[in-house]
Design a protein around this ligand. Structure first.
Ligand code: PAF
Length: 282
């Protein structure tokens, strides 16, 4: 695997390696590192579907508010490289913040409307940071396919809108959430949870499962589903709900009826760790 820390080195590796490949597909897997089995599933899919695979590891300061966990965000570069090697990644692009944001970086991407919904409502500026770094990355790497986890459903919605609005010539692929055997959605932030918090955190996936069961039994009224979910959530001590929303998966606007494909998304603080999870209504 080639490791590029600069944009020039990435572009050089990309051009040299793409020449020898059988087809035109360049798959990009953007991450902030601390890779887990969820990332592995994105890498695998990219490897299956693309001729050249580029992974990106960058803890993007622009998407963290000053009060958030930028400094303590888990960084496991060596283990990450081992996973990337195992999954047959061709190039790792791992720039420094100075390389991505040299002095004089004054251009930011605002996906207006959507960027203020769900996580964007609780984390103002977060999706501007995400959209800006991903737009820069798309320009630098020029992928034909880019792979993201459906666990970050609001991020997927923001980026899909950006791809449409800015005419990026690529396919954005959202891959299913990977879960531990007990249902907890995999996240790099799970590393912050104590054993006790880890158990409490299961309330997120249990709540989503309850909503899915109610839908399967015929309840599609969003207000009824939300009320059921709130009742279940309030049974778990030390879990502070941020949002529980039943929304259109593209606009992230609330719906009245949870039709198949409607996004049911939840965010909550378990101790000091903010976790998110979601499902698409059956
Ligand atoms: O999902 C993430 O890990 C990040 O938000 C992303 C897309 C790599 C941008 O920093």
């Amino acid at each position: 695997m080639h490791i590029a820390h600069t944009i020039a080195a990435l572009r050089h590796a990309r051009t040299t390696l793409a020449d020898g490949k059988p087809g035109p597909h360049l798959g990009l897997v953007p991450t902030m590192g601390a890779l887990h089995a969820g990332h592995r599933s994105l890498l695998r899919r990219a490897r299956q579907e693309c001729d050249l695979v580029v992974a990106f590891i960058f803890v993007n300061p622009l998407q963290f508010a000053p009060t958030e966990d930028l400094a303590r965000y888990p960084r496991t570069f060596e283990a990450d490289c081992r996973m990337l090697e195992e999954e047959g990644v061709d190039v790792l692009f791992a720039p420094t913040p100075e390389e991505m944001y040299p002095n004089g970086n004054n251009t930011f991407i605002h996906v207006t409307g959507i960027e203020g919904r769900l996580d964007g409502a609780s984390r103002p500026g977060h999706f501007t940071g995400v959209a800006t770094v991903v737009a820069k990355l798309f320009h630098i790497v020029a992928p034909t396919r880019a792979y993201f986890g459906q666990k970050d459903a609001a991020q997927v919605a923001v980026l899909r809108q950006m791809v449409r609005d800015l005419n990026f010539d690529l396919e954005l692929i959202a891959c299913p959430t990977v879960r531990d055997a007990d249902g907890l959605a995999l996240s790099s932030r799970n590393a912050y949870l104590s054993a006790d918090e880890r158990v409490r955190a299961l309330i997120l996936s249990r709540t989503l499962q309850r909503i899915a069961s109610s839908i399967a039994e015929g309840t599609r009224d969003a207000a009824t589903l939300r009320a059921e979910a709130h009742a279940l959530l309030s049974s778990e001590a030390d879990v502070v709900l941020d949002y529980l929303e039943i929304v259109d998966p593209d606009s992230l606007l609330p719906v009245v009826v949870a039709n198949p494909g409607t996004l049911i998304a939840i965010a909550a603080k378990v101790g000091s760790t903010r976790l998110i999870d979601n499902l698409l209504a059956p």
